[in-house]
Write a protein that binds this ligand. Structure first.
Ligand SMILES: [Zn+2]
Length: 328
């Protein structure tokens, strides 16, 4: 079976963005060590808009230069180690303001690419992709939409065509979220196996131009979320997130998770990493051939790093750990 360990490389977009060191550099250093020891590669989806925003503000705020240097050095290290670095677009950076107290994101009406008119979408996509390729020295044809907001795909089709994108990995089968920021409806997708499409990211089309690699999803019980919250309180040392910012609210609040559970992605973030092995076993048992796992350096904990280490060490023989670039 193929397993793709993907990492969205970014800060937070809530009230506090958190620091580059805590959200990106330090936890990613840990990931790179584990990958080297266990001989596998990650697919990093780089929120490159963040770097462009830092670069736009650095003349007014020279203290940002150390963040810029640290990120670029780390991305070059990823590339040197053979990891894939691909495109992750959070376009709200176009509207973000920086002051002495940090970033103010201005997400309303600007969180997703489809919030922008077509001309601006094209300009943003071009700018972000070019800067990423300039730094990595490698063409990117693999995409994950910020906040998984890849719908309507009609808003992306011209961009995929123009910029030769081939693979998307934004779909979370069985998930629907609608909120002031999010607008995703992946309820009709019943498979976590890759499929080709041309017009609708949720609709398989034989010999479609693009390939969707859906993010693996599963049902989490209320008990899972109780454990997640309780363990975090009892053992903060093991379960405290590395990143020092705040999330934006995701639809399906805490109460619902604790009473009904939730369909959510298979993830290496925090306590989610505890079910990596069982999720993999369930997929394999059902004949699954591919499992895309999502994670975020900012959401890693000491516990989750140990679980990633254990999972990749233990399954060296029976899992092919691949990057999405390997599938082009
Ligand atoms: Zn993201």
């Amino acid at each position: 079976m193929n397993v793709f360990l993907t990492m969205d490389y970014e800060v937070f977009f809530g009230e506090k963005s958190g620091s580059v060191d805590k959200c990106m550099i330090e936890p990613t250093d840990q990931l790179l060590k584990i990958a080297k020891a266990n001989n596998f590669h990650f697919t990093f989806f780089w929120d490159i808009g963040h770097l462009l925003a830092l670069e736009a503000k650095v003349s007014a705020f020279p203290e940002l230069s150390k963040d810029i240097e640290a990120i670029i050095a780390q991305v070059k290290e990823m590339i040197a180690y053979g990891h894939a670095v691909d495109l992750h677009i959070h376009p709200h950076w176009e509207k973000a303001e920086y002051t002495n107290t940090g970033w103010q994101m201005n997400l309303d009406q600007h969180y997703k690419l489809s919030d922008f008119p077509q001309e601006e979408r094209l300009a943003i996509f071009a700018k972000y992709k070019n800067r990423l390729e300039e730094i990595t020295g490698i063409q990117t044809q693999v995409f994950r939409a910020g906040g998984w907001c890849i719908q309507p795909f009609a808003d992306f089709k011209a961009l995929f065509e123009e910029f030769e994108m081939k693979i998307d990995s934004s779909v979370m089968p069985g998930v629907m979220w609608v909120s002031p920021q999010y607008n995703i409806d992946f309820l009709s997708v019943k498979t976590s196996e890759p499929y080709t499409f041309s017009h609708d990211v949720c609709k398989l089309e034989e010999s479609g131009e693009y390939t969707e690699y859906p993010i693996a999803c599963r049902k989490y019980s209320p008990l899972f979320f109780w454990k997640l919250y309780v363990l975090g309180r009892l053992f903060p040392e093991q379960h405290k997130m590395w990143g020092d910012g705040n999330f934006i609210a995701q639809p399906g609040g805490k109460k619902e998770m604790l009473t009904k559970g939730k369909i959510h992605h298979v993830s290496t973030d925090g306590y989610f990493a505890s079910v990596l092995q069982s999720s993999y076993s369930a997929y394999a048992k059902n004949g699954g051939e591919n499992m895309v796992v999502i994670g975020h350096p900012k959401s890693l904990t000491k516990f989750s790093l140990k679980e990633i280490d254990r999972f990749t060490a233990r399954n060296k023989e029976n899992i092919r750990f691949m990057t999405l670039k390997d599938c082009l």
